[in-house]
Design a protein around this ligand. Structure first.
Ligand code: AR6
Length: 172
């Protein structure tokens, strides 16, 4: 059994097993949710990230959570939106898949996702929501999933998109 929920809020405040970071391929921090996570986790997070050798778009790597209430941070790198013909849907789906695979490997029970690529990287929010929800549902149906997956929306547009999409899928 698993639960799939959407909430509005700041992902850095959540006491879950892992929060997912919408990082860039350097894994050395940035703006948006990445900046917020590094600020809240403290400099030890950057020090661990510096040992990881970066991360390819669509892939994910895991670190400890340090001063965050979450135990782990799963850093994934979403695609930059370039119009949709540069493999963006597959790469975004891969972010969710690889993050959940890491959560499974580490036997984590609760994972919280931000709306990857929908900020600075410019992915259309409705299309990103569809990929996120469908990707997570597909994963949960096949694998031994984390018991709780949370979609954490920062803005009202994403919140409304996710509420509607989860209701359509029978999760709200
Ligand atoms: N909690 C939850 N969601 C948040 C928070 C927060 N504290 N802050 C922002 N968001 P973005 P991207 C939402 O730009 O598009 C960074 O510089 C935000 O409203 O953080 O994947 C990285 O280093 C949006 O819906 O990530 C990369 O260079 C979502 O998080 C680049 O931005 C993602 O927006 C990645 O761009």
């Amino acid at each position: 059994m698993f639960t799939l929920q959407v909430i509005q809020g700041d992902i850095t405040k959540l006491a879950v097993d892992a929060i997912v970071n919408a990082a860039n391929s350097s894994l050395l921090g940035g703006g948006g949710v990445d900046g917020a996570i590094h600020r809240a986790a403290g400099p030890e997070l950057l020090a661990e990230c510096q040992t990881l050798g970066g991360c390819a778009t669509g892939d994910a790597k895991i670190t400890k959570g340090y001063r965050l209430p979450a135990h782990y941070v799963i850093h994934t790198v979403g695609p930059v939106w370039q119009g949709g013909a540069a493999n963006e849907p597959e790469l975004l789906a891969s972010c969710y898949q690889r993050s959940l695979e890491l959560a499974n490997d580490y036997m984590l029970n609760s994972v919280a996702f931000p709306n990857i690529s929908t900020g600075v990287y410019g992915y259309p929010k409705d299309q990103a929501c569809e990929i996120a929800v469908q990707g997570v549902i597909n994963f949960l149906a096949i694998h031994n999933p984390p018991a709780s997956v949370l979609f954490v929306c920062f803005d009202l547009e994403n919140l409304s998109l996710y509420r509607n999409r989860l209701a359509k899928a029978g999760y709200a």
